[in-house]
Design a protein around this ligand. Structure first.
Ligand SMILES: CC(C)(COP(=O)(O)OP(=O)(O)OC[C@H]1O[C@@H](n2cnc3c(N)ncnc32)[C@H](O)[C@@H]1OP(=O)(O)O)[C@@H](O)C(=O)NCCC(=O)NCCS
Length: 185
């Protein structure tokens, strides 16, 4: 049976945007020109998906999140409520030639509520950004980062459990990280 796609009556989805099968677009959310949202995603209330951005499959983008042009989101990504992406490193209201700084969120990453992702970084696969963190540098795969500026404090498994290891020891063995298999991996 085909999975049902739901677009709330109050959402504005541009006719050129692609919404994957089984995805849900909730109240007062805007999906702009040529944006692509994968299958089985949940895009919460009052979210904004900028033109030509890509969100992968099975993502959860919570209420109040803006995915600006230049931000690319992989599969199985969780973005917590009111997390903030950016795309202009040195903003000026009067600048006429500002450049987009890209941000990449790799598969399986989670971004905590109310965190800020300063543009130009990659959030590595299955990493976890703690609530309220300000990310200013690349986050390694499976790393847990906290604070302002965000620092690696630990590593987390596929399922999101902390391993309580020293960040100085680097990425733990895959046996310890792979406690869950994701669809499509
Ligand atoms: C980072 C996180 C995963 C840590 O969980 P945890 O291991 O259970 O953490 P604990 O509650 O045991 O706290 C451990 C320490 O980290 C601190 N801490 C926890 N979360 C923190 C955060 N986001 N930023 C800074 N410090 C944090 C605690 O204060 C505690 O410090 P202490 O040892 O000095 O007392 C969790 O706190 C978090 O931020 N999750 C994201 C929640 C979220 O945004 N969800 C979105 C969907 S609603």
């Amino acid at each position: 049976m085909a999975r049902k796609t739901y677009i709330d009556d109050t959402a504005i989805v541009h006719p050129t945007a692609e919404i994957g099968e089984g995805s849900m677009i909730w109240n007062w959310t805007k999906i702009r020109e040529r944006a692509v949202v994968g299958v089985d995603c949940n895009i919460g209330q009052s979210a904004y998906v900028d033109f030509e951005t890509r969100i992968g499959d099975r993502c959860k983008i919570q209420n109040g999140v803006s995915v600006y042009h230049g931000v690319t989101i992989g599969n199985d990504v969780f973005v917590g409520p009111n997390a903030t992406f950016t795309n202009d490193l040195r903003p000026r209201a009067h600048a006429e030639d500002w450049q987009i700084e890209k941000t990449i969120v790799e598969d399986g990453a989670s971004v905590g509520a109310n965190s800020t992702i300063v543009c130009g970084v990659t959030l590595g696969r299955h990493c976890m950004v703690g609530a309220g963190a300000v990310v200013t540098a690349d986050v390694p795969p499976h790393a847990l980062v906290l604070g302002c500026p965000a620092r690696v404090v630990d590593y987390v498994t596929m399922a999101g459990h902390r391993l309580h290891v020293s960040p100085a020891d680097g990425l733990p063995d895959s046996d310890r990280l792979n406690d869950k298999k994701l669809q499509g991996s």
